[in-house]
Design a protein around this ligand. Sequence first.
Ligand code: SAH
Length: 404
Amino acid sequence: MPYTSSTLPKIKISPRGVTRLKSGHVWVYRSDIVSASGVLPGSLVTVADERGKLLGTALYSSSSQIAIRLISREPVADFPALLRQRIADAIAYREQIVHHTEAYRVIFSEADFLPGLIVDRYNGIVSVQILTQAMDTEPVRQTVLAELTERLHPAAIIERVDPRVRELESLPPRASGLLQGEKAATTFTMNGVHFHYDALEGQKTGAFLDQRENYAAAAQYAHGEALDVFCYQGGFALHLAPRCSQVTGVDSSRPALEVADQNAALNRPLIERGPEKNEIEWIEANAFDLLKDYAAAKRQYDTIVLDPPAFAKTKHDLDSALRGYKELNLRALKMLRPGGILVTCSCSYHVSQAVFLEMLASAALDAHRSLRLIEVRGQSKDHPILLNVPETAYLKCVIAIVSN
Ligand code: SAH
């Protein structure tokens, strides 16, 4: 079906919505929709102000609080062609900036001008996540799959479904599974470290690709006895092992630790290059309880990584999230020897970098430690940050050294 801007349904938005789009953002909330009667879920629409002046072309959701995601500030004559071009551009960007890895994010939703679409690559397996009504329509799915196949030649494409997102978008339930090919598991290498990947297991889309560059950065400074708290499948721990005399990983998820142990086996020669040929020790525990016990027992480390799940899922959780971050960081700081390295992360978008650093400063004061910042980092470059769309920047990773 050809799309032309004249035949597209038109949605009018309030002055507040107009201001938001003019400030460079691409979202309009439902409360700023003036009229959208009869517009079908997931439609391509034109967006106009109350007087009818056109502001661009967008994808419409009849259900989400984010009613409109702008896809172009111009009329769109051929939507499938635009999708194909945007996918080609996203792939070309990765060719330019992603190195030393077989696993990376190929498409990062708004930041790649493809709102509602996330695509990751793990060696020969491509994993697709669809987050909106518009991206879930059959013609869009077909176009996306055809373009990914043509450009990446994957052995398999799998879809990872987030049931909560489908519910929010009023989309019918759907199971995660293979869309193409037969292979759901593989191994991949990043920064010279090997990982198992099973497309249909694990949390999120598999590995935490957004930390890829932070793993390598942390490894540069890591030494001595290291503790990787919230270690999942061992991302940080495996990168630290060749530099450290002893590494312990802690997580509350047994399945994650089982994969971590398999990953350690894959990297045996690498780990044995370390100063002492110790096994990585994996501990299944609640991190808060464990840190409390270890701090009480006056345990000491030279390197501690803190990479908890997002504590602030909404801005209402901010205060309790900050208390959680502070407790973890305070305990870790107390356990670091002089010269010790703290690698502390937050993936909560609602905790800004400034607020995160303030929390850390306050934890250092309370712990009576002087902390110097070595690196203040964010997400890997394959998760680009689109200026004027602040929600695309979410990961903080601070590397600091305790001087007394
Ligand atoms: N550092 C990891 C990613 C961590 S994701 C990497 O780079 O791959 C957050 C992890 O925290 C998950 O593996 C989850 O199982 C774990 N987790 C959540 N709550 C926890 C708790 N209270 N104690 C210990 N682990 C927890």
